[in-house]
Design a protein around this ligand. Structure first.
Ligand code: ATP
Ligand code: MG
Length: 151
């Protein structure tokens, strides 16, 4: 299925519009108006819902989430950056494990399953996911998919 990742991201962001009430905003930035990829809409929905839920949940009120979509010759990259609590360096390599929760997230609700499933889905769609984070200084996720080969 050919999916416009830009238009679809806008739809998903719209579903989180109630976060405005606590002063949180998701700001979408794209170099292209359209980014067509051969992706399963249901899996992409699940991926974006999880990743944006995390960005919101692990950030304080009155913070911004930056959602960038970049396109190069062969790849489309989604970059989701928050201004939240961050993740300690020594825990970062465990985040995609089932049930893993960081120390600084213990008093925030969660099962530790979201990112594990996200990684499975991203890879099922031939993509990669990477994370950059600093404790108390926000987290950035990079999700990269190869561009559709049009035959
Ligand atoms: P759920 O299964 O409901 O999503 P969860 O949010 O705890 O529960 P994951 O989404 O898998 O689980 O995330 C795993 C852990 O990674 C979290 O418990 C948290 O410690 C950390 N984490 C994930 N995203 C962020 C983020 N944006 N900022 C800070 N910590 C994060
Ligand atoms: Mg989660």
């Amino acid at each position: 299925e050919l999916l416009d990742v830009v238009a679809f991201s806008k739809v998903i962001i719209e579903e989180f519009s109630e976060i405005k009430k606590i002063g949180q905003y998701i700001v979408l930035n794209t170099s292209k108006n359209v980014a067509l990829l051969q992706l399963d809409r249901k899996l992409v929905r699940h991926i974006l819902m999880n990743v944006l839920s995390n960005a919101i949940k692990y950030s304080a009120e009155n913070t911004t989430i930056y959602f960038n979509i970049k396109e190069s010759a062969h790849w489309v990259t989604l970059i989701i950056k928050d201004e939240g609590i961050g993740i300690a360096k020594e825990e970062q390599n465990r985040l995609f494990e089932r049930f893993f929760r960081a120390k600084n997230a213990q008093n925030i609700q969660g099962t530790g399953l979201g990112l594990h499933i996200v990684k499975q889905y991203v890879e099922l769609l031939d993509g990669t996911i990477e994370l950059r984070s600093e404790i108390n200084n926000g987290t950035t996720l990079f999700i990269k998919w190869p561009k559709a080969v049009v035959l």
